[in-house]
Design a protein around this ligand. Sequence first.
Ligand code: ADP
Ligand code: ZN
Ligand code: ZN
Length: 732
Amino acid sequence: MSPAPVLRVALPTPLRQLFDYRGTAGRIEPGMRVRVPFGRQRAIGVVMSTAATSDLPEEKLKTVLETLDERPVFDKGLLELLQWAAGYYHHPIGEVLAAALPKALRLGASLAAQEERWWLTPAGRAACTQGEPRRAPRQRELLAALLAGARASHELRAQFGASWRAAARLLGERGWLASALSPCAAPPRAEPPPSPRSAPPLNEEQQAAAERIRASLGRFGAFLLQGVTGSGKTEVYLRVAEQALAQGRGALVLVPEIGLTPQLVGRFRERFAVPMAVLHSGLTDQERLLAWREAYAGGARIVLGTRSAVFAPVANLGVIMVDEEHDASYKQQDGGFRYSARDLAVMRARGAEVPVVLGSATPAIETLHNVAAGRYTRLTLTRRAVQAAPPRLALIDLRAHAHAGGLATPAVQAIERHLGAGGQTLVFLNRRGYAPTLACTACGWVAPCRDCDARLTVHLGAHALRCHHCGAQAPLPQRCPQCGFAVKPVGQGTERLEETLGELFPGVPCVRLDRDVVRRRGDLEAAVRRIASGEGRILVGTQMVTKGHDFPNVTLVVVLNADQGLFSTDFRAPERLAQTIVQVAGRAGRGTRPGEVLIQTEFPDHPLLTGLLSEGYEGFARTALTERRQAGWPPFSRLAAVRDSARTAEAALQFLTEARALAQGTRGVRLLGPVPAAMAKRAGRYHAQLLIESPERGGLHRFLEAWLPQLHGLPGARHVRWALDVDPMELF
Ligand code: ADP
Ligand code: ZN
Ligand code: ZN
C-alpha cells in the first residue's frame, strides 16, 4: 500500500495559504472536509488538492483527525469557482470557502442523510432536574441543553465546542444520555400541488427569448433578459427551467434579498412537481442545512435563493438565472469576502458550460456595457404580458405648488381622482419613521445621534428617537434639552405620511409597508394580501414595495422625494435613482387599467429626470454610459476600495495614508484619497476610504497582489479594521 498522501487544506483563517497535513487511509478527494489539529485547537477545513510530498519536514506534518465527508461538499466546478473568487476578490481561500458553506456545515454537520442524535433517558431527566452532576458543570449544562428535546451532534458541537463528546460519553456511561443514528429530518415543504399548473402559451417575444436560451443549453452563453416589470420575464425563467429539467438537469435561480416573495416561490412550486430548495437569510441554521442537503443530494432539482445561494450545490446544473440582476443586494457589502453573486453566477455558468440569464427592467450600466461589447446577448420583452399601455410619467414641481405633509396639491387631486375611479394608489417614500428630524422651535437644536454623524429619526408609534445607522434608541423628549422650549418633528417619514393620508382621505384604508411594520415572517404576506384583496386602498411604502409584488389594481404611483439621489458624491447614485423610479413606476397599471406615475421634485429641469421622462431607462442609460466614459468610472475602468474604521478620525486616515505611501511610484493604477466617509462617524467609529482605479482589470489585480500583503504590517494597521472591496457598489 502506498503511504497516505499529503493533503493541502484550506482553513478559515486570514492567512493567505494552504496547510499541509498527512492524510489517513481511505480515499480523500479535493472538496471534502477534514478536521485537523491547528495550533492548540482543532479546525475544520476543505481539502484543495493532494500531493505526494510536503515542504514541511516529516516530524512537523500533522495527521488529519477525521474526514467528514464521503464525497466532496464542493464539486470540481464549485471548487474552481471559489478558487477563482479568492483570487479575484483577493481574499484568503479558507475564508472564501467558509463563506460559501452554511454555518452548520462549517461546524462539521454531516451532509449524509443520517445524523447522530442525542437525548435524555428518564434517569437523565431526573438527574437533570435535581441539578446533577453537581461537580461537573459542563456535563450539567449538556443535560440541561437536552431537556428541551433531542439534538444533533453537530448542534451540540456548535454550542459546547469540541469537548462536548467527552462529556456526553461520561453521561452515557451513567445511563443518562442515549444516542442513535437517525435519518435527517426532511425540510419542511409546502403541500405539493395535485398536478403542476400548466403554463400559459408564451407571446412571440417570450417565445423567441426562451428559444434562444434553450439553444444554448449545454454550453456557456450569457443573456440579458430585459423587460419592464410585468412583461413576463418570470414566465421565461419558468419555461427555461422546464427545458433544463426536461434534459434531466437542474436550475439555479437567484433573486434579490427583498425579491424572494412567497408569490415568486409559489409560482415555481405550482409549476413544477419536482422538489425545490429555497435558501434565504431568514432561515435558521438547521433549515439552511436541510435545504442545502436537499440540493446536494440531488433531491431538489430547482434551487431558488438569495445571494449566497450562488454557492449552493445543484446536481447536474443546467442553467442559472439571476432575477433583478441590477439589485445591490447581490453584492456582499460587509464582512471580509465582498463578492458579487451576479458576477459569480456568470463565472459559475462559464465553468459549468451552461447558459446564464440576467433579468431586469433596469439593467446595471455594467451589464448594458457588456451587451454593447458583445459579451452578453440581449433578449428584449417590450410589451407587458397582460396589458399593453405603459404608465404615463409626469413631474410635479414642488416649488410651484403648495404642499401639505409632503404631498403637493396636484398629487392629492390625482389620488382623489384614482380612488374615485376605483383604483388603488401607491405612495413611495424611501424613509421610514415619522420624521427624519426632531428640532427645537426656538434655538435650532436638532436631536443628534451620539455615535454617528446623523440625526435621530422620530418614531411616534414607538415613542422613541432612533438612529437608522447604528440602531441607537432614546426616549422622545417633550422639550428641548438645550433651551427648554417645545420641539417638533420636521420632514416626512412613512409613518407620518400614513397619518397625513388618513387626514386627507378620512375613512379610506391605508396600508404601510416598511421595515417597522414588516418585522416577522408573514407580516409582508399579510400586508400584501390586504392590498391585493382591495381592502387597503392606499399603499404607503419604502423600497420594500418596489420589488416582486404584483398589485394589479394600483393605477397611480406617487414618488414623494426623488431628489435624494440627484446630487450624491457616489457616481452610481443616479443609476440607483433611475432604477428605483422605473421599478416603482412599474407597480402602476399592471392590471387592465393604464397607470399614472407622478414624481415630486424641486429640480424638474434636472437632465436625469427629463431624460428618464422623455426616453425612459434606455435614454438614461445612454447618458449615464457617456458620462462614465468621460469621467473614467466603471465600466470604463476597474475600481477597488480599501475601507477602514477606527476609534478616531485620524487613525482611520493614518492607516490609509500609509497604505497609499506604499504604492508610491506604482504605474498602471491611480489612487484616490484617502477621504473620510460622507458620514464619517457611524456607531462610534470613524470610517474612511482609499480608492484604487485602473484602466484595465489586469493592472488592478497585479497591483493588489503585490500591495495588499504589505498592508497587514503597516504601523497604522493595529488601530483599524479594514477590508478590501473589489468592484465596490457603494462609494462614500
Ligand atoms: P415579470 O417577471 O417581467 O414582472 P411576469 O412573468 O411576472 O413578469 O408576468 C406578469 C404577469 O403576466 C403574471 O401575472 C404572469 O402570470 C402573466 N403572464 C406572463 N406571460 C404570460 C403569457 N404569455 N400569457 C399570459 N399571461 C402571462
Ligand atoms: Zn431649543
Ligand atoms: Zn447612530
